[in-house]
Structures are given as structure tokens and as C-alpha cells.
Design a protein around this ligand. Structure first.
Ligand code: G3P
Ligand code: MG
Length: 256
């Protein structure tokens, strides 16, 4: 993914998740219909080692199942209703595999694959990073994908694999050990920073801008905040309401 190909990226957080059940095909299709630039999705592993698109470690809150995602096979999870928690009209929504969403997205929309720390183990062989990269290779989507994680082992493993895919760091205090974003960006050789809006201090913004490190900010649904974050120099915003962000971007870029 070439982050300089656009001035600013509208990123649909877990799809258009304010209007559709998060991380499901319907939420991603809506993001494409709204003309977002990118979707963000969360990846965990099933018991039988299939990368699945799901945010929570447990199935309990966003499906009619219960227990850990990693204790269920993909065929068990495919039977679950992943939409009724949001609205009864989405009762047929199913948990998607990463393969399904990537196949749908190819040549339509860019994809930020966030690998959840719960999917990462000490064992690198056939781990989540390798499985995700193999899928990206097989579907020839190297240029359409950005990989990110709160778990810095993911970033180390992607680099070690020498895969050409671009990588973003999600700031995590413990692993950062007092290092500022610019130092972290150099240490891990990352292409972008994905920052929580709460971490956006004046000092960090200045450093990131001075060193020309692209930064993407999550999760912003408020119009005024969107505007000020764009003006601070952010390269993109993750939002549950891509239609709202697109409106703000159009207004703002028309003025300037
Ligand atoms: O990738 C940005 C954002 O999604 C990180 O937090 O908890 O929404 O996955 P979370
Ligand atoms: Mg996420």
C-alpha cells in the first residue's frame, strides 16, 4: 500500500460499523458503497488455525455463541448468528474469514489488517503472521494491504519475513517502554503510526509531522474532532461513520 498515493484516507473502522454489525461482510460492503478508501478489520485465529475477522477474544457479546474464538473451529463459528446483537434484521450475518473479506475487497478497497495480540503465540512457525502473509501472497494483495498490531512481535515477524507489505504500529505503552513515536518508528522500521485520539498530544503530532511519519487516528465519529485531526496533519482517520468523514473531508478540502 502506498500511503503517499492520497492526501488523506477515510478508513471504515470494522467496516461501516455504526450502521451494520462490526467486522461482518455487510459492514464492509457498506464501506465500499460509501466510497471509503480503506476498511479496518481485526484478526483472530480459530481452533483449526483459520484467520477470522472478529474483534473480541470471546464470542459472547457479538454472537449467540459463547467461549473463546480460539476454542472454536471455523465450521462451529460459521453456524453462529453474528448480527442479532446489533439488530434482529441482521440475524443471518455470519463471522467471516479473512480470506472471504480479502477476496471481496481485492481491487475495490484497501485493507488494514489488525492482528490481535490474542492470536499471537511465542511459536513463530505457522503462526498468525505467517498465515496472514501467505494469504496476502496467494491473493496477490501486497499493494492493497496494511498490517498493524498492538503486539510488537507481529511487526518484528513481518520485517523478518522480508515481505514487501506495509506495516503500522499501534501504540502500546508497556512494549514502548518510554520511547516516543519517532524512536519507535525507527526501531521497528514501520511505515505508519496508528494512534488513539487520546494519544494525540501536541508534542507527538509535532514530532510525527517533523519526521514525516504518516499517522492514522482511531476511532473518531465526531465531526468537529475529525476536522481538527485532519488539520493537525493526520494521514487518515478510522471511523465507524465513513459517510460523515467523507462529508467533512470534502468540505475541508474545498475550503483549502
Ligand atoms: O486499528 C485501530 C483500532 O481498531 C484499534 O483498536 O480495539 O478498535 O481494534 P480496536
Ligand atoms: Mg481494530
Amino acid at each position: 500500500m502506498n500511503l503517499s498515493q492520497k492526501k488523506f484516507f477515510v478508513i471504515a473502522h470494522r467496516g461501516a460499523s455504526a450502521y451494520f454489525p462490526e467486522n461482518t461482510m455487510s459492514a464492509f460492503k457498506a464501506a465500499v458503497d460509501m466510497k471509503a478508501d480503506m476498511i479496518e478489520l481485526d484478526v483472530l485465529l480459530s481452533k483449526d488455525n483459520i484467520p477470522v475477522v472478529f474483534h473480541d477474544e470471546r464470542l459472547d457479546y457479538k454472537t449467540n455463541g459463547s467461549g473463546l474464538v480460539l476454542d472454536h473451529t471455523i465450521s462451529e463459528m460459521k453456524k453462529l448468528d453474528a448480527g442479532s446483537w446489533f439488530h434482529p434484521k441482521f440475524k443471518n450475518e455470519r463471522i467471516a474469514t479473512l480470506r472471504e473479506i480479502l477476496e471481496y475487497s481485492k481491487a475495490k478497497i484497501l485493507v488494514n489488517i489488525e492482528i490481535k495480540p490474542e492470536a499471537v503465540t511465542d511459536n513463530e512457525e505457522s503462526g498468525v503472521v505467517e498465515l496472514v502473509l501467505n494469504l496476502v501472497n496467494e491473493l496477490e494483495m501486497e499493494d492493497e494491504v496494511l498490517i498493524s498490531s498492538f503486539d510488537y512481535r507481529v511487526l518484528e515477524r513481518v520485517k523478518k519475513s522480508r515481505h514487501p507489505v506495509k506495516m503500522a504500529m499501534l501504540y502500546e505503552q508497556k512494549q514502548s517502554n518510554g520511547r516516543a513515536p519517532v524512536k519507535l518508528a525507527k526501531d521497528y522500521n514501520i511505515d505508519a503510526f496508528n494512534l488513539n485520539k487520546k494519544e494525540l498530544t501536541e508534542n507527538w503530532v509535532k514530532q510525527l509531522n517533523d519526521y514525516k511519519i504518516p499517522f492514522l487516528v482511531y476511532t473518531v465519529n465526531d465531526k468537529n474532532l475529525m476536522e481538527s485531526i485532519i488539520e493537525s496533519g493526520a494521514k487518515g482517520i478510522f471511523t465507524d461513520k465513513p459517510d460523515v468523514l467523507i462529508g467533512v473531508v470534502e468540505e475541508l478540502f474545498k475550503k483549502n
